[in-house]
Design a protein around this ligand. Structure first.
Ligand code: APR
Length: 250
C-alpha cells in the first residue's frame, strides 16, 4: 500500500470532519507551467527577492519591479488551472452545507479563482489586482497596462496588490482562525519555509494533517501523513475520499 492509499484508508476511519482547511503553495501551480520560488527552476534561482519583492525594491525601481511582475503575469495569463485547482473548486461545491471549508493560498497567481474556488483566502494577495500607493484603493488589473509603471487616475504609482517581504499579512488572523478550527488540514505544494503561513499546520488541534509534495519539507515531520506525490496525482483522490466520508455520515 502506498502513502496515498494509506491516507485514503485512514480517511475512511476518521469522524466526519466539521471543518476542512487546505493550504496551498507554488507547487500546486507547478503543473500549470508556473515556476515555483525554490527548488529546481525556482524563481529565486534567477532573481533576488530583495531586488523585486520588497517595498524598498519598488521605491528604488518601480519599473524593474513591474517588468518582473508583467513577465510573471504574461506566463500565468497563458497558463491554465490544473486538475488540483479544479479538484479543490469541485470539493468546495461538493461539501457546501456538509462541513466548513476554506482554501488558504500563498499564491498570487489567481489560478484557484480561475478554477472556480470562492471560499479563498489569498493571504499574499493577487498580482491581477493593483493598488494605488497614495490612496490605497484596489482594483482588478487583469490586462497588460499601456505604460509601465502604471499610474492611478490620481497620478500616483500603482503597485501589484501582493504582500512583499517585510509587509504585514492582513489576512493571517483569518487564516490562523481557520487552521485552529480545522479537524482536517491538507497542505499542497509548499516548501514550508516562509512564516507565518508555514506555521498554520501547527495550529491544527488533534486533527488529521496531510502533506502532498514530491519532496520532503521542514514541515514534513509535523504531518500525520505525507504523500510524496505531485498535486495533480493525489489531490483529487484525497478530496474524493473526504467527500465520501462526509456523505457516509449524512
Ligand atoms: N506538486 C506539488 N508540490 C510541488 C510540485 C508539484 N507538481 N512541484 C514542486 N512542488 C513543491 C516543491 O517541492 C516545494 O516544496 O512545491 C513547493 C514550492 O515551494 P516554494 O517554491 O518555496 O513555494 P512556496 O512554499 O509557495 O513559497 C512560499 O515564499 O517567496 C515567497 O511569497 C512567496 O508565497 C511564496 C512563499
Amino acid at each position: 500500500m502506498n502513502e496515498l492509499e494509506r491516507v485514503i484508508e485512514d480517511i475512511e476511519g476518521i469522524d466526519a470532519p466539521e471543518r476542512v482547511v487546505v493550504l496551498t503553495g507554488a507547487g500546486v501551480s507547478a503543473e500549470s507551467g508556473v515556476p515555483t520560488f525554490r527548488g529546481a527552476g525556482g524563481l529565486w534561482k534567477d532573481f533576488r527577492p530583495e531586488e523585486l519583492a520588497t517595498p524598498e525594491a519598488f521605491a528604488r525601481d518601480p519599473l524593474l519591479v513591474w517588468q518582473w511582475y508583467e513577465w510573471r503575469r504574461d506566463l500565468i495569463r497563458a497558463a491554465q488551472p490544473n486538475d488540483a485547482h479544479a479538484a479543490l473548486a469541485w470539493f468546495e461545491r461538493e461539501v457546501e452545507g456538509a462541513c466548513g471549508y476554506s482554501l488558504v493560498t500563498q499564491n498570487v497567481d489567481g489560478l484557484h479563482r480561475r478554477a472556480g474556488s470562492r471560499r479563498l483566502l489569498e493571504i499574499h494577495g493577487n498580482m491581477f489586482r493593483a493598488r494605488c500607493i497614495r490612496e490605497g484603493t484596489r482594483r482588478e488589473f487583469p490586462d497588460s497596462p499601456a505604460e509601465l509603471p502604471p499610474r492611478c487616475t490620481c497620478g500616483s504609482l500603482l503597485r501589484p496588490d501582493v504582500v512583499w517581504f517585510g509587509e504585514p499579512i492582513d489576512l493571517i488572523a483569518d487564516a490562523m482562525s481557520e487552521a485552529s478550527a480545522a479537524d482536517v488540514m491538507l497542505v499542497i505544494g509548499t516548501s514550508g519555509t516562509v512564516y507565518p503561513a508555514a506555521g498554520l499546520v501547527s495550529l491544527v488541534r488533534g486533527g488529521m494533517t496531510i502533506e502532498i509534495n514530491p519532496d520532503e519539507t521542514p514541515l514534513s515531520g509535523a504531518f500525520s501523513s505525507s504523500i510524496r506525490s505531485s498535486a495533480t496525482a493525489a489531490t483529487r483522490a484525497v478530496l474524493e475520499a473526504l467527500a465520501r466520508r462526509l456523505a457516509s455520515c449524512r
